[in-house]
Ligand binder design. Structure first.
Ligand SMILES: [Fe+2]
Length: 257
């Protein structure tokens, strides 16, 4: 039975879709997406805590705390059906060989998170949407470095949503792929360099840019910290290729509007 509590409402996304189609990225914010003014604080209270976030050995930057959820989605005329994907294990990514597991958070039990997922999946231009797939949600709490160097995530679209930021720096950047040397050092000007404030959202097409962010800077007398959600509209190979034979037969258990 459809859960009407997560209807996304009549949000006009034409400008976001036009920017994505013409320049490969778009900036917006949570209020324009129809999310509550309280969303960032409530989401952080519920999910950015010591029971969910953790640092995993070998993960970089070395002081970054994180958690992940992966949601399976099916699009249909009336909206979306969602269910928790069976695994969040990711293989051979971020220059770290082998399989990696991070702390798992199961966000579909939170109605506000379900609304967020539906809203973010609507950011994908209609002509680019797949009938089904997986959507990754990464919760990142950083204090110093945010990433190691400009990189691709090897997914279709990336959505960065900043929930809070204490301190300066943390300027998100996008480079054309050949604007970054093999060493990771930029050799051209970025296409975009923007310090995302609380509530701001950046969506971009992953293959068009190498992305990253500059380090945080402590405020005077304080300690910098940034909480962000980095979501991915995944390629099929990330989570579904191995189970393709069974996934088309799998029935969605949870529906969203
Ligand atoms: Fe990334």
């Amino acid at each position: 039975m459809r859960d009407h509590s997560i209807q996304t409402g009549p949000v006009d996304l034409k400008d976001v879709w036009a920017s994505l189609n013409s320049q490969g990225y778009a900036l917006t914010d949570d209020r324009e997406m129809g999310l509550s003014r309280r969303f960032p604080d409530e989401f952080r209270q519920m999910h950015f805590n010591k029971y969910i976030l953790r640092h995993d050995q070998g993960d970089r930057p070395a002081d970054r705390l994180r958690a992940r959820d992966v949601v399976r989605y099916w699009r249909h005329d009336g909206g979306l059906s969602l269910q928790e994907h069976e695994t969040i294990t990711i293989t051979d990514r971020a220059d770290i060989p082998g399989k990696r597991d991070h702390s798992r958070v199961r966000l579909l039990s939170d109605p506000q998170a379900r609304k967020l997922i539906c809203t973010f999946l609507q950011l994908v231009p209609p002509s680019r949407r797949k009938p089904e797939g997986t959507f990754g949600l990464n919760l990142f709490r950083t204090f110093t470095n945010i990433v190691t160097q400009p990189h691709h995530d090897q997914e279709e679209f990336i959505i960065v949503y900043v929930l809070t930021r204490i301190g300066g720096g943390a300027e998100t950047y996008l480079y054309e792929p050949d604007g970054v040397a093999e060493t990771g050092d930029p050799i051209a000007e970025p296409v975009l360099r923007h310090q995302l404030d609380k509530g701001e959202i950046l969506i971009f097409e992953d293959k068009l840019f190498k992305h990253g962010a500059t380090p945080l800077r402590n405020p005077s007398g304080g300690t910098a910290m940034r909480d962000a959600l980095v979501c991915t509209v995944d390629h099929r190979g990330t989570y579904l290729a191995e189970s393709a034979a069974t996934s088309s037969a799998a029935l969605p258990r949870t529906k969203a509007g």
